[in-house]
Design a protein around this ligand. Structure first.
Ligand code: HEM
Length: 193
């Protein structure tokens, strides 16, 4: 797992989240995330495991065909394909983490880290690239929908019942909403978050 460049989950290099585990619990309650969602995420993890490249092809295709999004992987109008490739491996790991990891202190800390990596504070540093230095918060939030909606066909590819697919999808949608909320912490003045 640690062979993925820049993937520092669980290490001392990861920023400490300013939130407590109780704060996390309240956010989970707010997005209606329950133990049952956790179980359906584990199932989603099994379903998605061997489809991750195909999922990422869809997401990367979406970014590539939207120049205002490709802009964040670019420098002076030139798309940096090394940067895209480096992030892709962490993205793949993130899909597995979303489904399989316990949402504990290490996980909470890595959410703060991922948030920072989208902002002026840390973007581009992990892969030592020169690219647009910050991703506007509005795109972080707006991205929740495509990241959620595009997963559904993949969840139904393994012959599960419509009900199971729907439950996996709802669990995924809640988790993405929860995570992007946590990623917005570095964007907000402390008391505003
Ligand atoms: C990094 C997911 C929004 C561009 C990442 C990583 C993940 C991720 C998992 C790698 C984290 C790591 O380093 O371990 C998501 C999700 C989003 C979102 C789930 C919203 C639902 C966006 C948007 C853009 C974007 C709107 C704009 C095109 C990037 C870039 C990096 C990155 C450029 C690399 C940052 C760096 O330099 O370290 N994202 N992202 N992301 N994402 Fe996002």
């Amino acid at each position: 797992m640690n062979a993925i460049a820049g993937y520092t989950f669980g290490t001392e290099q990861v920023t400490h989240s300013p939130l407590t585990l109780n704060d996390l619990e309240l956010l989970k309650q707010t997005v209606l995330f329950t133990n049952e969602d956790e179980r359906y995420l584990r199932l989603a993890g099994e379903v998605l495991e061997d489809q991750i490249d195909a999922v990422l092809d869809v997401w990367y295709g979406f970014v590539a065909t939207n120049s205002h999004l490709a802009y964040y992987f670019s420098n002076a109008g030139q798309l940096n394909s090394d940067y895209l490739t480096a992030v892709r491996q962490r993205f793949a790991q993130w899909i597995l983490d979303t489904c399989n990891r316990p949402y504990d202190r290490d996980w909470l800390n890595y959410q703060q880290e991922i948030g920072l990596r989208h902002t002026y504070a840390k973007k581009n540093q992990t892969d030592r690239v020169e690219a647009t230095p910050h991703i506007g918060m509005r795109y972080m939030i707006a991205f929740i929908y495509p990241i959620a909606a595009t997963i559904k066909p993949f969840l139904s590819n393994k012959g599960h019942s419509a009900e199971d697919v729907e439950n996996m999808y709802q669990a995924w949608f809640k988790s993405i909403t929860l995570q992007v909320t946590l990623w917005c912490a570095p964007y907000a003045k402390d008391a505003y978050f």
